[in-house]
Design a protein around this ligand. Structure first.
Ligand SMILES: C[S@@+](CC[C@H](N)C(=O)[O-])C[C@H]1O[C@@H](n2cnc3c(N)ncnc32)[C@H](O)[C@@H]1O
Length: 221
């Protein structure tokens, strides 16, 4: 299995940082959905600077946050303190989660589990399944083989995985890309509630594509 590597958040410029401080659109839908279902214990897996941890805590969820970057977790704690919110956080590798089995109602894992290789992604999904309660749900995104990155001449780890090379916070970090067939195989132990294939655009003066991702809502039955 490839060696895990945290994002170098220290190298993210202020304009990009503002992007990572705004919650992703689907997080508002998930709050509504999971509140209606009476879910409470929430894990922000690969929390980064904490945009979703803060939002879920503000909306009354009991929040656990986890990331490999000690820098990101420290920034998230500062933000939580400023907002007078509480969170239980840990620094570690998602290949092995430091939680008991069946302890979370809901998990958000946005643009995180693709930072491994095929063997790693399988292991991480089995860890997610283990820590979810029965009827628990997990929303995750995965890189798509339609993405620009999959066509780049970066070092190959396995048939689905490359090591990203350009300067910036993702330098040297593995990127895993999937197609529909592979997603179905990977998620065979879950119920797939919804599956979307989305091209994201960013507006930094001019609108440009920033990649294709799979958005998957999973349930443990
Ligand atoms: C693209 S960022 C997304 C952050 C956050 N989910 C968000 O949407 O704002 C990916 C995050 O995954 C973390 N990460 C990468 N590999 C990891 C691993 N093996 N274990 C835990 N976190 C990891 C990175 O450090 C980074 O904070």
């Amino acid at each position: 299995m490839v060696i895990s590597k945290a994002w170098q958040w220290e190298n993210v410029d202020n304009t990009s940082r503002r992007y990572w401080e705004e919650p992703a659109v689907e997080s508002y839908y998930l709050i509504n959905r999971w509140k209606k279902q009476g879910k409470d214990k929430f894990l922000d897996l690969g929390c980064g600077l904490g945009r979703h941890s803060v939002l879920f805590a503000k909306n009354g969820f009991a929040v656990w946050a986890f990331d490999l970057s000690a820098y990101a977790v420290a920034k998230m704690q500062e933000w939580m303190k400023k907002e007078k919110l509480s969170v239980t956080c840990s620094v570690g590798d998602m290949i092995k989660l430091p939680y008991e089995s069946e302890c979370f109602d809901c998990i958000l894992c946005r643009n995180v589990i693709s930072h491994s290789d095929t063997e790693g992604v399988k292991k991480i999904l089995s860890e997610i399944l283990r820590v979810m309660k029965k009827n628990g749900e997990c929303y995750l995104t995965l890189g798509s083989k339609n993405a620009w990155g999959f066509t780049q001449p970066w070092p190959i780890v396995d048939e689905n995985t490359k090591i990203r090379l350009e300067d910036g916070p993702e330098n040297g970090i593995p990127h895993f890309y999937a197609d529909l067939k592979l997603i179905k195989e990977l998620c065979v132990d879950f119920d797939i509630i919804s599956l979307q294939h989305i091209e994201d655009y960013i507006n930094k003066g001019t609108l440009h594509s920033c990649g294709w991702h799979w958005h998957v809502l999973l349930k443990k039955s």
